[in-house]
Design a protein around this ligand. Sequence first.
Ligand SMILES: [Zn+2]
Length: 674
Amino acid sequence: MSKRDQFKRTAFAAAAAAMLVALLALPAGVAGAATGAGGPARTASGISAIPDTVRVLMPNGSVQTMDMDEYLKGVVPAEVDPSWNMDALEAQAIAARCYAATAHKYPNADVDTTTKSQVWTSAHDPRSDLAVEATHKVAALYQGDVIEAYYFAHCDGKTRNSEGVWGGYVPYLRGVSCPCGFKSMSGHGVGMCQEGAEVLAKAGWDYTDILEHYYSGVTVESTEQAALQWYFAEGTTRTNFVTYFCLANPQGDAASVKLTYFLDDGRTVERTHAVAAHARTTVDASRDVGPSKDFSCRVVSMNGVGIIAERPMYFNYGVGQQGGQAGWTGGHDTMGAPEPRNDWYFAEGTTRADFVTYLCIANTSDAQAAVTVSYFLESGQSKDTLHFVPAHARQTIDASADIGAGKDFSCRVSSGNGQGIVVERPMYFDYRALDKGGWTGGHDAMGATYPKTDWYFAEGTTRPSFATYFCMANPSDAEANVKVAYMDSAGRTAVAQYVIAARARKTIDAARDIGDGKDFSCRISSTNGTAIVAERPMYFDYQAADRAGWTGGHDTMGTPYPKSDWFFAEGTARPGFVTYVCVQNTSDKVADVKVLYIKGDGTTSAETVKVPAASRSTISANDFLGTADDASHDFALRVTATNNAPVVVERPMYFSYGAGGQGGWTGGHDTMGR
Ligand SMILES: [Zn+2]
């Protein structure tokens, strides 16, 4: 929000305070006529992104599946006057979009065409069309979930709490003061006052300000998987490290992409790269910034074409350190984060012997960030440390300097003074479980931005030479009761139960829960409502066919949401690389899954697989594309359940990385799709 907007909001708050004095005389919980049928759910919607389509029950009783924005173009001019201010129309378009995305009013339809849900007619207006298009996939989110965005014609100077009208407490449906100027209520009074939105738009408020006013505690942002900005905290061109950025463009227009590197010393370097339509491009960071630099990076599409950005790194860590050993070879990878935030959570981290855990913090803002790292130990103890990260800089924290050696921990990293940050956790190791000795490598995870009650993982195995763990963090002050449900490729399920103490972490070894020799997917659920964070480190000696011993480890944060559409920027079937796609089908119907390979030579190819209900499947890119050393074997991926079944998709890769004649940096990495 600009200073100008801040001023307007403050001025309005003063006027509103005067109105509130008069309102205090009203009895609490006065309800207008509820035009929306039924009360809102009390729990989060569990929907993280606006779907492409909506199922509409038509007046003739048929159900029509419409493109979401086409549907909204018929809603906005039926709900409000299309000659209103553009920001009021846009706020209305976003509220209607959120409502449609979270509504399931009928067994086979999400909405109808009447005031029982939202009014829709086939009539369009050019101005409301523009408001819908300008806010494509934009939603109001509460703790990462699309909100149930109730709205109504006008209030009497104050909107109402949800529980006062429907008996269901919803944290973002709070009564707020409203400048609409009416003395009586028309509608249920919960959520956005349409007439009030127009008054605020006239006063210069933008749609973000309007929605944040009527829906308490929400953020307004694009839920397009392809995004205009991506942030990375980690990256280095030191000797024995190679950092790439993979940029995928799933759109029909070329993207012009600017990478801003934030160096340790506070300087920035900017470079622009073109990414053709339906193509992927790989950027070698050393060509952009030169050797021997540590950096964070912001990736911005300059011409409005959404992209996906991912960062694979390969390394020989600690050459000449760790008692003069030869180095721990491997690679790690993460998807970018779409925005800086105040809080980041990690379930995994350890300062045991032969493990090194770092926290990389990027501060891309114009002011210093005061950052508190709260460590939650397996023993239940916790410790806070304070770090200052200068403007436009990155800082690396060695966890052992904060908490000493020999500790397993989870952590929360919080910016205390409102400067948004981005936080990653790279780890390097010589994993020696089961006396096998010497599985060396590294892995990295972008932090989670909220604790949640559900976490899904598509990958996991207890085959020989693989060890799969789940790390769970409970950053709250209440105990968490956790159910771990494993699904194998035959649709069988095994369940284990755990308790995680308040402000503690817990590690579970999947082999103890389900035995050896199984490939599985997993859902981790808190059954008593205490939100947690869950992450899956795996260690391995990968020995596909005739290859000897690609040892390493990989790690990913779970995802709180199954959905039908997933993107990845990285993937390759060049010699020395093996790429898999793991698909978890969390639904009770078969998922028709299309894997689209968006290749480095500008062509695409696709394969389709059927993933049975409640099970997992593994797809080998090398089997489909063959293996060859050319650009047509580098690819980005779009994985879509064409029948809208909710799925979870990960991409594990194993490799012997040999760039620049260095040869034989063996390992593996994995990322959850976007
Ligand atoms: Zn009002």
